[in-house]
Ligand binder design. Structure first.
Ligand code: TPP
Length: 603
């Protein structure tokens, strides 16, 4: 049946049985493609029915659907004309794993970062009302994403926008990537508990309807029911904020979802539908282990390489915390991905998962230092962007000895533009007093963490998603300085992180020094002066603004050193979907491009 669905119009002709069949076909397609190409498996499997129901009741693209994070939009893609392209999911020149406005008019906004949908949807709603237009707007938000600060800010605003028509679909599967945390998630647990209670009441209502045709008894009953729920479970946080709460409802029942969406359409105010779903629904391994199946890598069912940088961070922090009782670890909703699960079980009182709340987590870390703790906070580079002001205001300005471990720094591959770690260097290098390090292997990672544990100022340690480099250097890391990984007579390649192997080949082919710029702030000025008599080639998987290249040029300019510096940084464009190698080639920082450009200068 799936092949017959060319646009959402085609699903409107189907009855519930046919829709259920379609849901099963969509699941099969999602499972097969995601296990092959990699992607967000469990989240997508949980959102099949609610997506079908939205497209059944509403008329996209005239009505707008705004996905939060966007990692649950595969069903939406499959029924909005992208079935043929679905096999190319997350491949170079293929379709993105997230909504992308360049890909389809049905993708209202690009997404990838959490907790943005309610703000975007409210903005859209205000524009619609200002222009006296008439269409519906839906924001689809998970129970993890709704706990993020931006969602709270948006709800706070929406609650006062009393005549603004807006539908929020809360997809509550009790999970963020890991088990959801926070007081709001306990509130949802209470609300979910009302599900069976309400089901019972619904039966009573049907009986009443049969014996009392005038409806008086029924409305009295509804009033009593709401009062009773209030007495039993208290008011929902949403009602208290002025947002009409509908639910909880079984998010896998197409019939119930369609009914409640039709009802929600009638409200001329912000409404939230509480849909209860199961992460990984329909694929037993993902149902049993939704945390590991949140995202899968291509060609494998589960991941986490034993020797990744993330696992070294986790293991080393455990070692350090064993002897130093002030050390604590913080994650913003990603304990598994950041390698902190072991720390969480070994030191539960010194482990803090704030939920998807990077800004709060960073400021909280700053606060902890004043009380004498030694926090290590682990965040992916791309999500650290959320916390720039907290790094400035609550950490660096306070000279707070927080260590920020920045996972997924540099090019990251298949998740596309929203997930690359290519901006942190620029914004972090602008912070006075912040030490920024990048290890090339696990041994250095350990040493850098040890160094940070003793530091009396903020330290950032950034490291790539990829494997460690196996290139051996001369100087073991003790304090911020650079290292020679090869010696040559014709000039120097200055690089770090995932570009080191390219640098190594260049050094071999062209008789160059290879220097690991593992301290990205401060720079090793001694080495910069040592190499200034011959051409220097700076290579980085980073935007040029604020990166290594800019810093090196500024150093020579400040010191009036006349030296030939050529730079290879990322293009001034958003990075496209593809593997890391493909992204390097596209940005002309791979071996062939750089070699082609510099060989004549050297020979
Ligand atoms: C700002 C930000 N921080 C962290 C992430 C990583 N992340 C992606 S999905 C996700 C969990 C989202 O949970 P939820 O909203 O409940 O959706 P579910 O996957 O459970 O369907 C997290 C933490 C992100 N995308 N954006």
């Amino acid at each position: 049946m799936l092949e017959t669905i060319k646009s959402p119009k085609d699903i409107k002709k189907l009855n519930i049985d046919q829709l259920e069949l379609l849901a099963e076909e969509i699941r099969t397609e999602i499972i097969t493609t995601t296990l092959k190409n990699g992607g967000h498996l469990a989240s997508n499997l949980g959102a099949v029915e609610l997506t079908l129901a939205m497209h059944y009741v509403f008329d996209a693209p005239n009505d707008k659907i705004v996905f939060d994070v966007g990692h649950q939009s595969y069903t939406h893609k499959l029924i909005t004309g992208r079935q043929k392209e679905f096999a190319s999911l997350r491949k170079k020149d293929g379709i993105s794993g997230f909504p992308n406005h360049k890909e389809s008019e049905y993708d209202t906004f690009d997404a990838g970062h959490s907790s943005t949908a309610i703000s975007l949807a409210l903005g859209l709603a205000r524009a619609r009302d200002n222009n006296k237009e008439n269409y519906n707007i839906l924001a689809v938000v998970g129970d993890g994403a709704i706990g993020g600060g931006m969602s709270f800010e948006a709800l706070n605003d929406a609650g006062e926008a009393k005549n603004t028509k807006l539908i929020i679909v809360l997809n509550d599967n009790e999970m963020s990537i890991s088990k959801n945390v926070g007081a709001l998630s306990s509130h949802f647990a209470n609300l979910r508990a009302t599900h069976s209670y309400i089901k019972g009441k619904k039966r009573v209502k049907n009986v009443l309807q049969r014996i009392n045709q005038s409806g008086k008894l029924v409305s009295l009953f509804i009033h009593l029911r709401n009062s009773l729920r209030y007495l039993l479970f208290g008011e929902t946080i949403f009602d208290a904020m002025g947002i009409k709460y509908l639910g909880p409802i079984n998010g896998h029942s197409l019939k119930d979802m369609i009914e409640i969406l039709i009802k929600a359409k009638e409200y001329q105010m912000p409404v939230i539908i509480h849909a209860v779903t199961q992460k990984g629904c329909g694929y037993t391994p993902a149902e049993d282990d939704p945390e590991n199946y949140h995202g899968v890598s291509s060609g494998e069912k589960s991941k986490k390489k034993a020797e990744s940088f993330s696992s070294t961070v986790g293991a080393t922090l455990c070692e350090l915390a064993e002897t130093d009782k002030k050390i604590c670890a913080i994650t913003a909703g990603m304990p598994l991905n950041t390698g902190l699960n072991e720390f969480a079980s070994k030191f539960p009182t010194r482990f803090f998962d704030t939920g998807i709340a990077e800004q709060h987590a960073l400021a909280m870390a700053g606060g902890m230092t004043k009380g004498g703790m030694k926090p290590f906070i682990v965040i992916y580079s791309t999500f650290l962007q959320r916390g720039f002001d907290q790094i400035f205001h609550d950490i660096c300005l306070q000279e707070a000895p927080v260590t920020i471990c920045i996972d997924h720094a540099g090019l990251c591959g298949e998740d596309g533009a929203t997930h690359q770690g290519i901006y942190d260097l620029g914004f972090l290098r602008s912070m006075p007093g912040l030490i920024i390090l990048e290890p090339r292997d696990n041994v250095e990672m350990k040493k850098m963490l040890q160094f940070a544990s003793k530091a009396d100022k903020p330290v950032a340690i950034r490291y790539p998603k990829g494997n460690c480099s196996e290139i051996v250097g001369e100087i073991p890391f003790e304090k911020p300085c650079w290292d020679y990984l090869a010696r040559g007579g014709k000039g120097s390649v200055l690089t770090f992180g995932i570009c080191l192997p390219v640098g190594k080949r260049l050094a071999e082919e062209l008789n160059l020094n290879l220097i690991d710029a593992r301290s990205l702030k401060p720079f090793d000025e001694k080495v910069l002066l040592e190499i200034a008599d011959k051409p220097i080639f700076v290579l980085e998987d980073n935007v040029s603004v604020g990166g290594l290249l800019e810093g090196v040029l500024k150093f020579y300019s400040d010191n009036k050193v006349n030296v030939k510096v050529s730079g290879f940084s990322l293009k001034d464009e958003f990075v496209r979907v593809g593997s890391v190698n493909e992204q390097m080639t596209e940005n002309e920082i791979d071996f062939e491009h750089v070699f082609g450009k510099i060989k004549n200068e050297i020979r």
